[in-house]
Design a protein around this ligand. Structure first.
Ligand code: KG4
Ligand code: ZN
Length: 354
């Protein structure tokens, strides 16, 4: 019997055990998730130090590193959970968005596992995976809630209306917030990965440089963002000071930039949560690991009497657990792929805009 016919006949299991595989960028990750909520194992192998020498992710290096790390990531996850491949009910894998060559490693590996075990192959959107990390952070979390989607490629305020239906209330009209962190890191001479390094430096500085308010004369959506102007303002400030022979206090630049970049995310998320009458707010994506974001959001949520769910830093940046959590939601709907599954550089968010 053909693989796709065989898996179509399998019953959807209760409390399924799902392996999540993630290789969209520079983390090779394998995790095992029970019933969409419980992390039985979670292994992340990062190739960030390889890329640091080049100032950013080198796609070719990312793909090659995934090829050698994927077996360890998944084997170690099984070992951590005390399970074997036979115990896995489905293999969920990031199909996109991300670097094509990098994604193909995970997709091909997951196909091989699914085919050899005769279990379903579940394609997962990386962005939906980030949102589903919140379900791991608090087992009692149920939609509706507002999430701040803040990663290297996306910046949006999203209303999560149910497990499958989301509405983008506003998003960036140019750069993503993580991208702005990475670019500012470069201007300040900090190494890759930019975000955590800007944060480290910002912690030793003061918020004392006035940077322009974003979208001052913009008449688009009230939940939209723009990070390109802020980034340019930082670059201009640094070059201006240098041309005048004034030494730049890089820590102050980092701190002032961080405040401008983050505070607007927090403001708009709180506003949206109140406008929608929701009582819960969560954070999705790598910038969610930022300490200033976590702290200010906590303060503001407490003040507004809102419940805040922020995944551990490890589950904000790329990981396999979030793919297992989102894989669960797709698995219970029977959203399986056949062995022709391809990697996609871009995956439509499948999230409508308000
Ligand atoms: O979600 P993620 O790991 O990958 C994408 O899906 O893009 O996000 C990566 C982004 C990078 O731009 C990185 O600089 C940023 O998240 N990031 C941070 C921090 N940790 C990661 N930005 C600010 N502060 C951090 N601590
Ligand atoms: Zn990501």
């Amino acid at each position: 019997m053909k693989y796709s016919e065989k898996v179509a006949k399998l019953p959807i299991k209760e409390n399924p055990i799902i392996m999540g595989i993630e290789t969209s960028c520079d983390e090779t990750a394998g995790a095992i998730i029970k019933n969409g909520r419980e992390i039985l194992a979670d292994k992340i192998i990062s190739s960030a130090t390889e890329h640091a020498k080049f100032g950013g992710v080198v796609p070719e290096i990312a793909s090659r590193t995934h090829t050698t790390a994927i077996l360890t990531a998944t084997k170690d996850a099984l070992e951590q959970a005390g399970l074997t491949l036979d115990d896995i009910d489905a293999f969920a894998v990031t199909e996109g968005a991300g670097l094509l060559g990098a994604l193909l490693v995970g997709v091909s590996f997951a196909k091989a596992l699914a085919f050899s075990t005769g279990k379903p192959l579940v394609p997962v959107s990386h962005i939906r995976g980030h949102v589903s990390a919140s379900y791991l952070a608090d087992k009692s979390l149920e939609p509706p809630f507002i999430t701040i989607l803040a990663s290297g490629g996306h910046t949006a305020i999203v209303a999560v209306e149910d497990y499958y239906k989301m509405t983008v209330l506003g998003s960036t009209i140019d750069d993503a917030v993580g991208e702005a962190f990475d670019k500012v890191a470069r201007v300040l001479g900090l190494s890759y990965p930019g975000g955590p390094n800007v944060e480290k430096l910002a912690n030793t500085g003061e918020n004392n440089i006035i940077l322009p308010k974003m979208l001052k004369n913009y008449d688009g959506g009230e939940y939209d963002f723009s990070y390109s102007g802020l980034k340019t303002a930082v670059i201009n400030y640094v070059h201006n000071q240098e041309s005048k022979g004034i030494e730049v206090n890089k820590a102050d630049v980092a701190c002032s930039f961080q405040h401008s970049a983050i505070d607007v995310l927090v403001d708009k998320a709180i506003k949206a949560t109140k406008e929608y009458g929701y009582d819960t707010i969560t954070v999705s994506g790598g910038v969610g690991a930022n300490g200033h974001l976590r702290k200010t959001l906590k303060e503001r949520a407490e003040k507004e009497n809102l419940r805040l769910i922020v995944p551990e830093k490890r589950y904000c940046t790329d990981n396999g657990a979030m793919i297992g959590a989102e894989g669960y939601l797709q698995y219970i709907k029977g959203n399986f792929a056949d062995l022709t599954l391809n990697a996609k550089a871009v995956v439509p968010l499948d999230i409508k805009r308000r």
